[in-house]
Every structure is written in structure tokens, then in C-alpha cells.
Design a binder for this molecule. Structure first.
Ligand code: PLP
Length: 365
């Protein structure tokens, strides 16, 4: 598939990123189980390391099977590039730490997957990276948290498991006013139900472990870069991209990569933290996620249909006190859900049984 955008979503789920192997004609994406690659010449090797051309160096950094998954995820979200990693947690960690270091801070919505909450409040704190929380229902409240060391705004498409749906356009407008990129965890929606870059988000992160894979077979994650955030606009604000990088033989990423488009962020994720911390995806995992993606456009409508039917059933059940599903008209975020999730609200729902203690984290009504 050469021009990925020329094809509709369902076709991209099946074919984006893959050119059938010219030697074997293999229709399925081959699992490239190899740690290393043969260079055509020393010049070829030098060009690859210098990022003057793209190709395979070593499977901690890139792999042809993972590359198909990366291209397919980028094509589904409408991004300029993607990076497959070993888990959703790795995707979140790499995307934040690529732009945020010790002594700096970022602003996050309060409504988060528990593992992300712990990562932000405990592990990042140990690294000297501070998280400051805002209520996603009150986007204006994030303004007062920002200072000269603030690096990005982070949120989830649908807070897991609180099921709140932020007003993305407003959050993005405020963040961009403040010169900050927006990072969004789109795990529970997937690109089928919500395409973050169409609503002002700059970077999407995924746990592929859930609906992307779809069969509970492997842990994996992915970062997708919209290529829309201009890291060169505010002079000196993003030295990661605009100043010589001592960890990559003095390369100025934004300048060196300019001929390929605005891909400095996603390449930096790969050549810095993925290289140094090693949380790469195995080609076997990538193969399983590609298989999952082939049916994404078939599974997601069914997930939404089933979840809505269960929510409607529970709502009428005499033993049920409350149901938390944004597809229900009485849900506090139903208006935002209708605006941003017209194809359905996904498959996460919460409910409480009358008279029983319920987990407070899932109650919103
Ligand atoms: C919304 C969300 N983001 C990230 C993660 C972490 O993903 P992983 O388990 O692949 O590391 C999860 C896991 O449940 C999740 O629900």
C-alpha cells in the first residue's frame, strides 16, 4: 500500500504498512526473528546510524515485523510515524520522558488507569519528574498549574475506569495556547472509535494488550506521533529537538530529520529511550497485534453494541443502584460522548449493586 490515506479505515486495518514480500510472495506478514541485519556496505551502515536513510540496524531499535505494525497504527490514526514497544506502560513512560526530565513537570487529568496513576505519582516522582493534576471536567483549571517547567498535558480518551469523556478540543486549545503538546492514551477507544489527531491531540499512546490485540494473547504498546506539534516554534523551549544531542553524536534532531517531515519526536523516542532502556516489542508480538488489527473494524462496533445492551439491561435491573456507561443518556458525559464518540463508547462499564459496598473509583453518577 503506497498512499495509505487513499484507502478506507477497514482496508487500512488489513493492509496498511505491508508490501507483500517480493521474493516469497508471502501474503501474511512474516515474523522476522532476527536480532541483527547485514549492511550493504560501511557507507550504508554509517547512513543508517546517522539517520540519513532509514533501515534496519538492530532489533532492539527496529524490526521489519514491528515496522508493519508501526506503519499500520500510524495509518489508522493519521500520524506521521509510530513506535511499537513492549507494553502500554512503556509507551506512556517513553512518550513523557522523551520531553520531560528531572526538575520539570507535566499536567495530567485526574481520571487515569491505576497503573498510570502509580507511574506518574510514584515512579516519575523518584526520577524528579512532577505530575500536577487537573479535573478533566474543568479544562480551564489546568492553566493555573502551568509554569516555565511544564512540558505537556496528558489525558485518557475515556478515563479508565471512571468513563469520563473530556472536551478534547477545549483541552487542546488551552494546551496549545500555553505552548504545550497534548498526549492522549487512546487504549480503550482505539483508532476505530476515536482518532485523537482529528481533535487537537499531538501524541497518542496505546496499550495494544487490549482491543488492538483483541484476543488477550500478548502485552504490547505503541506511540503514534501526529507530526503536528512544532518543536521549533518556541526558541529554546525544546532543546531535545533543537540543540545538539550528546547522546546521539551531537545530532540536532529537528534539523537532521527535516527532509523526512516533522518526525523528530517519534524518532527521538526510538533512538534515545527505546535504545537505552530496551523495552522493545518482539516480532512475534507484533505479528499477533497485526492479526488483531485485521478485525478491529469488525470487533469494535460489536463491543459497543454489547456494552450498551448490558448497560441498558442493568439500568432497569431491580438489584442495580447505578450504571456508569457514557452511552446512556443520563450519564454526566453523555453530551461529550455524543460529540466525540459517535460510533460508540467502547466496552468499559461500571455498576453498583444495591446495598453492597462498591468500588468508589468506578462510581461517577
Ligand atoms: C488505559 C490503559 N492504559 C495503559 C495500560 C497499560 O498497558 P499494559 O498493560 O499493556 O502495560 C492499561 C492497562 O490496563 C490501560 O487500561
Amino acid at each position: 500500500m503506497s498512499d495509505q490515506t487513499a484507502y478506507r479505515f477497514d482496508t487500512r486495518c488489513l493492509h496498511a504498512g505491508q508490501a507483500p514480500d517480493p521474493i516469497t510472495g508471502s501474503r501474511a506478514v512474516p515474523i522476522h526473528a532476527t536480532s541483527s541485519y547485514v549492511f550493504k556496505s560501511t557507507d550504508h551502515a554509517a547512513n543508517l546510524f546517522a539517520l540519513k536513510e532509514f533501515g534496519n540496524i538492530y532489533s532492539r531499535l527496529m524490526n521489519p515485523t514491528c515496522d508493519v505494525l508501526e506503519q499500520r497504527m500510524a495509518a489508522l490514526d493519521g500520524g506521521v510515524g509510530a513506535l511499537a514497544v513492549s507494553s502500554g506502560q512503556a509507551a506512556i513512560t517513553i512518550s513523557i520522558l522523551t520531553i520531560c526530565h528531572s526538575g520539570q513537570n507535566f499536567i495530567s487529568a485526574t481520571s487515569l488507569y491505576g497503573g498510570t496513576w502509580t507511574l506518574f505519582t510514584q515512579t516519575f516522582a523518584k526520577l524528579g519528574v512532577e505530575v500536577r493534576f487537573f479535573d478533566p471536567a474543568q479544562p480551564e483549571s489546568l492553566r493555573k498549574l502551568v509554569d516555565e517547567n511544564t512540558r505537556c498535558v496528558y489525558l485518557e480518551t475515556l478515563g479508565n475506569p471512571k468513563n469520563d469523556v473530556p472536551d478534547f478540543a477545549t483541552v487542546a486549545r488551552i494546551a496549545h495556547d500555553l505552548g504545550l503538546p497534548v498526549v492522549c492514551d487512546n487504549t480503550v477507544m482505539t483508532p476505530y472509535l476515536f482518532r485523537p489527531f482529528e481533535h487537537g491531540i499531538d501524541i497518542a499512546v496505546y496499550s495494544c494488550t487490549k482491543f488492538i490485540g483483541g484476543h488477550g494473547l500478548h502485552i504490547g504498546g505503541c506511540i503514534v506521533d501526529s507530526g503536528k506539534f512544532d518543536w521549533t516554534l518556541a526558541a529554546g523551549k525544546w532543546p531535545e529537538f533543537t540543540a545538539p544531542d550528546p547522546s546521539y553524536h551531537g545530532m540536532v534532531f529537528a534539523e537532521a530529520l527535516k527532509p523526512f517531515g516533522n518526525i523528530a519526536f517519534i524518532i527521538k523516542c526510538r533512538t534515545h529511550l527505546l535504545r537505552d532502556m530496551g523495552s522493545c516489542m518482539s516480532p512475534f508480538a507484533a505479528f499477533l497485534f497485526l492479526l488483531g488489527l485485521e478485525t478491529l473494524h469488525v470487533r469494535m462496533p460489536r463491543h459497543c453494541e454489547n456494552a450498551l445492551a448490558v448497560a441498558q439491561h442493568l439500568e432497569k435491573h431491580p438489584a442495580v443502584e447505578w450504571v456508569n456507561y457514557p452511552g446512556l443518556p443520563n450519564h454526566p458525559f453523555h453530551a461529550n460522548a455524543k460529540k466525540y464518540l459517535p460510533l460508540g463508547c467502547g466496552a468499559i462499564l461500571g455498576f453498583g449493586i444495591k446495598g453492597a459496598p462498591w468500588p468508589s473509583f468506578s462510581r461517577i453518577l
